[in-house]
Design a protein around this ligand. Structure first.
Ligand code: HEC
Length: 454
């Protein structure tokens, strides 16, 4: 029944789109499709942020030559919906940072590629350099580099590092945004950065100790010591969590004005508790870095974060153990203790994750849809930003359902033959599992639902 309904809705949407396309610039059947006029706008909005120098993809799609020389492949990957990667189901919810091509856009690319890739008025296009500038925030106020490059051995296995990146400032400083730029973008899979702030008189030397340790070879209790992240007296310094996160294709989340930002002091260290490098066949070194943008004013509404499921505020039910050769479903339920406004949601699972669904049920019984992923892909994990701030009233229950496929039919199964895969004490190894929903939010304020994230 629901399926029927959604088909009808889809059809209605298509009709509406066709109707408004009458006066848009979609060329008629017998007219030529031109790069500058028809194709560039699609590629620039949906592809170039990853397919550019600092992006996650291995080659640029910026100039006419870039795209024309790969026209057949571009037509193929868009038609098969392999690119742009967008795991969320657009028939369930839409997001401000959505990259999803309409059927018309896909058709246009097909026609252009089949019709000799005509350039059109390419002189009128934005130059690739300027396009790149408009795709990010411009010149940062500060660049913070790793103290040393990280060695990634060519042994074809995942590498998980915990990394300290110290930096000092002449005075207390307001920060608007922090962006992570992966060095070897083909290798850096993901990274979570927190800032540890030291009171200057409690920390004599920021730079001593190791700066990176292998997560799998170090006991978690000793990591802070080995990296020398404790105060001189052995106590923990305060930490601001998740100031910057990176996942394949994810841009740093730029929040609406007056939202987000930090005040930091003179002695600080980024603490990357989870820097994941994908397998490499050859020895490599990575020199990733941070771009920091200052703000003139103190942050008005600092962003908060919670996570549910693995290591989170509410448990996975039943315990996350997926027996060999089984497909198994798990749930997480969490009662929201106060009115909140959601800024981003991040579904998280590892390799054998298959489907993901999250919604909230209000005390009134109404449902607020969050996200549905019908075909989980470990490679694409985004910070999904609702189009406007999304209010979840106090007392609502966030419900998350996930299925995990531990059969031999799952091409992403890391083991052959399959063997039991479970959540292991928060292990982030991709061959163990995790099941989480990570939410960044603000305490709700009147008017939040009108604040756009587009
Ligand atoms: C979220 C980042 C991201 C976006 C957005 C994106 N790509 Fe990609 N693309 C990648 C990455 C990373 C790869 C490398 C292969 C892989 O990991 O699947 C890739 C690979 C490709 C390939 C090579 C595929 C192959 O089999 O060799 C093509 C062609 C391509 N992308 C075209 C596009 C087009 C066209 C768009 C927009 C309509 C787009 N991409 C949007 C990240 C992205």
């Amino acid at each position: 029944m629901f399926y029927q309904l959604s088909k009808i809705t889809l059809f209605a949407c298509l009709l509406a789109m066709l109707a408004c396309n009458n006066n848009s610039n979609i060329p008629k059947e017998d007219e030529a499709v031109l790069f500058a006029e028809h194709i560039a706008p699609i590629i620039y909005t949906n592809c170039s942020k990853c397919h550019s120098q600092d992006g996650a993809a291995p080659f640029p799609l910026l100039s006419f030559q870039d795209i024309a020389s790969k026209a057949k492949l571009v037509a193929y990957v868009t038609e098969k919906r392999l690119m742009p990667p967008w795991p969320a189901d657009p028939t369930y919810t839409h997001f401000a940072n959505e990259t999803y091509l309409s059927a018309e856009q896909i058709q246009l690319i097909q026609r252009w590629a089949a019709g000799n890739c005509l350039p059109g008025d390419t002189a009128s296009l934005v130059q690739p350099e300027n396009l790149l500038k408009s795709l990010n925030l411009g010149k940062p106020d500060l660049i913070v580099k790793m103290p040393k490059p990280i060695k990634v051995p060519g042994n074809n296995t995942d590498l998980f590092m915990v990394v300290k990146v110290p930096f000092e400032l002449p005075q207390d400083t307001f920060i608007k945004a922090i962006e992570f730029v992966p060095g070897k973008k083909r290798l850096v899979h993901h990274m979570n950065a927190h800032i540890i702030q030291f009171e200057p008189n409690k920390k004599s030397n920021l730079w001593s100790g190791q700066f990176a340790v292998n997560q799998d070879q170090t006991k978690s209790e000793t990591i802070h010591k080995e990296l020398n992240l404790l105060n001189d007296d052995g106590s923990y310094a305060p930490m601001t969590p998740s100031v910057c996160n990176y996942l394949p294709g994810s841009q740093f989340s730029l929040y609406p004005e007056e939202i987000g930002g930090y005040k930091i002091g003179k002695k600080n260290a980024f603490y990357l508790n989870d820097m994941h490098f994908g397998p490499s066949a050859i020895d490599e070194v990575d020199s990733s870095y941070f771009k920091i943008y200052y703000a003139d004013k103190a942050p008005k509404r600092p962003v908060a974060e919670f996570q549910i499921g693995t290591l989170g505020l509410a448990p996975v039910e039943p315990k996350l153990i997926v027996p060999a050769r089984e497909v198994k479903k798990f749930t997480i339920d969490f009662r929201v203790p106060a009115d909140i406004s959601i800024l981003t949601i991040v579904p998280h699972m590892h390799l054998i994750g298959k489907t993901y669904l999250a919604y909230a049920i209000k005390p009134s019984g109404d449902t607020i849809r969050l996200i549905r992923i019908n075909n989980w892909d470990f490679r694409w994990q985004y910070f999904y930003q609702p189009k406007t701030l999304l209010k979840i009233p106090r007392g609502s229950v966030i419900h998350v359902e996930g299925t995990f496929d531990n059969t031999a039919n799952n091409p992403n199964n890391p083991f052959s033959p399959p063997r039991e895969i479970a959540e292991k004490n928060g292990s982030m190894k991709t061959t163990d599992e995790m099941f989480q929903l990570i939410v960044t939010y603000l305490p709700w304020q009147n008017g939040d639902e009108q604040i756009s994230q587009e």
